[in-house]
Design a protein around this ligand. Structure first.
Ligand code: NAD
Length: 493
């Protein structure tokens, strides 16, 4: 059987109903939605949408698990054992997850194998280690009304966390939310994106198998405007962790504010990749191409603004164009495919519209711009040169394989261009000058700066942005802090 056929069989065998309070909710005849393969445009699975009753049950099961339930009574070391078991299970099924993610997202097979699955497994392992190390502080205090005092803090789980994820990297981004919340002792209600919910449903199976008590984790497949909206409006949700577009982020933030609930918002980006004249231009061209074309550019950290020193501008653009032209578009399951399809017809139309806008605004199209003559939501890797930072294609997130190349003269110019953006998520610097690398890294507005390598991820490193890119941090210690509340205790002695 071919890998594609195997993956299609797996897609049809994944439970296609909500997982709530430790059971698969097969009882109700709720609405359904189809998951479409972006390459063949065929239906991969028909999934039952979680309704208001499911949302209610998942949130109240979370509270029951926490408040006197088995999950709430479990100590950190025991939670760590479960998370470690989950990491091992995911590792052992990594091939299945990689195939399923390629199938539902349309990304070339190598990407989930070198990025998404290793990152997800490492994230569960990382937080398995955190679970028994969540500590408070002892704070010296001067006393109270003439008596001595002892003051300390404890970190308590924040409660029931609603985790809402996008479709572009569902397994990895899901792990960024689920692992720290479970390590902290929270209950998690996950609402995966309707375009790619299958890996999350498969993950629920592993979470069940790992032995997490009922209610500690639920998955509610469904559309944003229905299931997602019910979840963010539910008064029992204590925190919302959201990754997605700034538009939806605003809806989530508004719902959260109404209930005074904390949020972590990981939104989009228009991240600069700055190529200085002293960079190794071949390595930079490889890295910049990866930064804008990986996952067909559907990456929050996509380096979509390519700022190039004027003295090396022409030779760098030639190198980058050669990388774009070498891309092989095709079925993610075909050997040799380096670029897959966009997620859906709407995204294809959105990217095509931005390409039209780039042309109309007078940027010079130097690569791509068209669509291959085949089924699926494919679009060519596209580069616009001689652009300016005020063009729409330099200001708005396209979320597709479209790079906008802009020349700069001095380091100050590069920093000013980089920071002249509504977004501030990531930045990549390409230079062989250590002083320049460190000083520009300090000045550029971004939650994460990488030097000489695009977006190196690690669960130990905090991740998140500011401005339209959102607020709060995930991963590392920040992931634990975001899922706990610090409680102060003062004893008057
Ligand atoms: P989206 O905002 O459309 O959807 C994200 C999630 O929100 C989905 O699960 C969706 O069903 C849900 N949703 C939609 N409307 C909702 C509502 N009214 N209430 C509650 N939930 C709702 O985004 P997308 O199209 O899935 O993903 C693309 C966007 O995500 C891009 O802007 C991208 O930059 C961003 N993104 C950011 C990061 C990051 O870490 N910063 C990572 C990946 C993607």
């Amino acid at each position: 059987m071919s890998k594609r056929a195997e993956a299609e069989e797996l897609a049809s065998s994944v439970p296609s109903v909500p997982y709530v309070a430790g059971t698969w909710d097969t009882a109700k005849a709720a609405g359904t939605f189809d998951v479409i393969d972006p390459v063949t445009e065929r239906v991969l699975a028909t999934v039952t949408e979680a309704d208001a009753a499911d949302v209610d049950l998942a949130v109240s099961a979370g509270h029951s698990a926490l408040d006197g339930g088995e999950w709430g009574r479990m100590d950190g070391a025991a939670r760590g054992v479960l998370l470690g078991r989950l990491a091992d299970l995911l590792d052992s099924r990594a091939e299945d997850f990689a195939n399923l993610e390629s199938l539902e997202v349309g990304k070339p097979g190598i990407e989930p194998r070198v990025i998404d699955l290793p990152q997800a497994v490492q994230t569960f392992r990382h937080y398995a280690g955190w679970a028994d190390k969540i500590e408070g502080r002892t704070i010296p205090t001067p006393g109270y009304m003439g008596r001595k005092t002892l003051s300390y803090t404890v970190r308590r789980p924040i409660g029931v966390v609603a985790a809402i994820t996008p479709w572009n990297s569902p397994t990895m981004i899901g792990s960024w939310k689920i692992a720290p919340a479970l390590a902290a002792g929270c209950a998690v209600v996950l609402k995966p994106a309707e375009d790619a919910p299958l890996t999350s449903l498969l993950l629920a199976r592993l979470i069940h198998e790992a032995g997490f008590p009922p209610g500690a984790f639920s998955v509610l497949p469904g559309r944003g405007a229905t299931t997602g909206n019910l979840l963010i409006e539910h008064p029992g949700v204590d925190k919302i962790s959201f990754t997605g577009s700034p538009e939806t982020g605003r809806v989530v933030a508004t719902a959260a504010v109404k209930g005074f609930r904390p949020t972590t918002l990981e939104l989009g980006g228009k991240s600069p990749q700055i190529v200085f004249a002293d960079a190794d231009l071949d390595a930079a061209a490889d890295g910049v191409a990866l930064g804008i074309f990986a996952n067909q550019g559907q990456v929050c950290a996509a380096g979509s603004r390519i700022l190039v020193a004027r003295s090396v501008y022409g030779e760098f653009v030639d190198r980058l164009v050669a990388r774009a032209e070498a891309a092989v578009l095709g079925d993610p399951f075909d050997q040799g495919t380096t670029m897959g399809a966009l997620i859906n017809a709407k995204q294809l139309e959105r990217v095509a519209r931005y390409i039209r806008i780039g042309r109309d605004e007078g940027a010079r199209l130097v690569a791509g711009g068209g669509r291959p003559d085949r089924s699926g939501y494919f679009i060519e890797p596209t580069l616009f040169a001689d652009a300016s930072n005020d063009m729409t294609i330099a200001r708005e997130e396209i979320f597709g394989p479209v790079g906008t190349i802009i020349a700069f003269d001095t380091d100050d110019d590069a920093v000013a261009l980089a920071n002249d953006s509504d977004f501030a998520l990531a930045a990549t610097l390409w230079t062989s000058d250590l002083t320049r690398a460190h000083s520009v890294a300090q000045r550029v507005q971004a939650g994460a700066v990488a030097v000489n390598g695009w977006s190196p991820l690690d669960p130990r490193l905090p991740w998140g942005g500011s401005k339209l890119s959102g607020h709060g941090r995930e991963l590392g210690r920040a992931g634990i802090e975001a899922n706990t509340e610090e409680k102060t205790v003062t004893v008057v002695l």
